[in-house]
Design a protein around this ligand. Structure first.
Ligand code: F6P
Length: 321
């Protein structure tokens, strides 16, 4: 192969820039040309491509967001949109495409390869950590730190007013962020989509914690739990008569400078993605597990479910007394 392209797609995640840098520098060091695609698949079918050199990715490893910009493309969901994108890649003489993103982006990449034979490699970039085939996704560690910082601050005001704070974190359909934040933030309760326990089952715990003299309570709710934080807070107020406050952390969880674990993961995976293309791999996501580098067919990354850590879920319960 002579020329590879790289794009970021879907929700941005801290560490995407470090992954772009790793792809560009590994590629150029291996004698390849690297083309950056702006605005994800939207920019691809519109032909927003330009060559990137090692110096173009200087001073970005510490920056949140993505210098290539990102988008959730509707056009890419159509066969015509993908055909236009494939033609652009052929016109540019691109031999392989590296897609940094989450499951939606991997769907797009998978169909591009199936329909047009363009080799694709996925790099897991999403704060949600919801992809099978890697212990962690790029951006996850930073999102947990950002949410935790907010929880610590809410605890200060919550304890001062002796209030129950119900805090919603992101994660789409997964509870990974919620569970980590609950344990690290010493939450009284955590609600995740992987366990459909009803709020009514924890009303006694909430009442007890007040009776035990706890000054304020922190309850973490994953956005994917039915009803979200608002639903949980309403059920607690209705069931106990206790006053609650809801805080939905939202998109701040996607911003900020990536923590070291995200920068290192992104650097490893970006490098591995280029080597994977050079070795003739295609249609896989590069990931990282206890045993080292993993290569998982793209469709398995969304078809197989990555469960939350059940040990950690039990630990959250044990420590909330
Ligand atoms: O996938 C990342 C994520 O931040 C999810 O946690 C969240 O559900 C979603 O993206 C929000 O998407 P948008 O930025 O399009 O509102």
């Amino acid at each position: 192969i002579r020329r590879v392209a790289v794009l970021t797609s879907g929700g941005d995640a801290p560490g995407m820039n470090a992954a772009i840098r790793a792809v560009v520098r590994t590629g150029t060091q291996q004698g390849l040309e690297v083309v950056g695609v702006r605005r994800g698949f939207s920019g691809l079918h519109r032909g927003e491509l330009s060559l990137l050199g090692a110096r173009d990715v200087a001073n970005i490893i510490q920056r949140g967001g993505t210098i290539l910009l990102t988008a959730r493309s509707r056009t890419w969901r159509t066969p015509e949109g993908r055909a236009r994108g494939a033609q652009v890649l052929r016109d540019w003489g691109v031999d392989g495409l590296i897609v940094i993103g989450g499951d939606g982006s991997f769907h797009g990449a998978h169909f591009l390869q199936e329909e047009h034979g363009i080799p694709v490699i996925g790099v897991p970039g999403t704060i949600d950590n919801d992809l099978y085939g890697t212990d962690h996704t790029i951006g996850y560690f930073t999102a947990v730190e950002t949410a935790l910082d907010a929880v610590d601050k809410l605890r200060d005001t919550g304890a001062s007013h002796e209030r129950i704070f119900v805090i919603e974190v992101m994660g789409r359909h997964a509870g990974h962020i919620a569970l980590d934040v609950a344990v690290a933030g010493g939450a009284e309760e955590v609600f995740i989509p992987e366990d459909s326990k009803p709020v009514s089952g924890v009303l006694d715990i909430v009442r007890d914690s007040v009776a035990k003299g706890k000054r304020g309570s922190i309850i973490i709710v994953a956005e994917g739990y039915p009803g979200g934080a608002t639903g949980v807070a309403e059920a607690i107020e209705a069931g106990t008569g206790l006053e609650t406050r809801v805080s939905i952390l939202g998109h701040i969880q996607r911003g900020g400078s990536p923590v070291s674990s995200d920068r290192i993961l992104a650097s490893r995976l970006g490098e591995a993605a280029v080597y994977a293309l050079m070795e003739g791999r295609r249609g896989v996501m590069v990931g990282r597990g206890a045993s080292g580098m993993l290569y998982t067919p793209l469709h398995e990354t969304w078809e197989k479910r990555k469960d939350v850590s059940r040990d950690l879920y039990r630990c959250a319960k044990t420590l909330s007394v």
